[in-house]
Design a protein around this ligand. Structure first.
Ligand code: CTP
Ligand code: CA
Length: 222
């Protein structure tokens, strides 16, 4: 039993993960997106499955193979990701929201391709729902919720504020400054922001960052 538990420390744990960007349509051929490739989230899903968890991955459009032994649900928009994530969270033990969700979407989606005419074009945008914040608001005591943060200024301070405001147990703060970290790279450098301490991880492969995140979860919360 002890041996098996050690080998599969997340056995019987249900883990919900969001990954990748979202795409918010402007017209039938255009969208608002971002540079997320989904690599970090997919590595987290892989690591969770390797540790014995029952893993559901809600993924925006990426160019990655769905991980083995993971239930993958593909979505396009922030609204779709919200629906698929919120409807599943109640049954989950751990939520890890690594997706780069669009903060805004066009108010109206044009039925036809927008033709080029005037020199300037304005597209009115409205806020999307914050998935992480919604989960934080309904989280039960025994559920663990992890968010990500991407900051380009006052990183530590802003990330701490995000953890508190969204009621998550931990924020994984992404560095964009460091070489080899962030969008598209196979390596990442992150700081784990907990209630009472920060853990600075070295620059390392995203697969290793994913393992470190679970080491931290297991040590701090399970
Ligand atoms: N997030 C989310 N739903 C949104 C926006 C963000 O679930 N509509 C989640 C992300 O998946 C991430 C965390 O919130 O886990 C922080 O995302 P980030 O973009 O860094 O912060 P925001 O709260 O969106 O604030 P801002 O972009 O203004 O810094
Ligand atoms: Ca954002």
């Amino acid at each position: 039993e002890a041996y098996f538990t050690e080998r599969a420390p997340l056995k019987n744990k249900k883990v919900l993960i969001t990954a990748g960007p979202t795409q918010e349509p402007i017209d039938p051929v255009r969208y608002i997106g971002n540079r997320s490739t989904g690599k970090m989230g997919y590595e987290i899903a892989r690591a969770a499955a390797a540790l014995g968890a029952d893993v559901t991955l809600i993924s925006g459009p990426v160019a990655l193979e769905p991980p083995k032994n993971v239930k993958t649900v593909l979505v396009n928009t922030a609204a779709e990701m919200y629906k698929e994530t919120l409807s599943r969270f109640d049954k989950m033990d751990i939520g890890i929201l690594s997706a780069a969700v669009s903060d805004y979407r066009p108010v109206k989606v044009a039925d036809e391709k927008i033709k080029k005419s005037s020199d300037n074009l304005n597209i009115e945008l409205e806020k999307t729902d914050d998935i992480l914040k919604s989960l934080g608001a309904k989280k039960k005591k025994d559920q663990i919720l992890i968010g990500f943060a991407l900051e380009t200024e006052n990183a530590l301070e802003n990330a701490k504020k995000k953890r508190e405001e969204k009621n998550c147990d931990m924020i994984v703060l992404n560095s964009l400054r460091d070489k080899g970290a962030g969008f598209g790279h196979d390596t990442n450098k992150v700081i784990l922001i907990l209630r009472n301490k920060n853990i600075n991880l070295e620059l390392k492969p995203k697969s290793e960052v994913a393992k470190d995140i679970f080491d931290c979860i297991i040590q701090e919360f399970l």
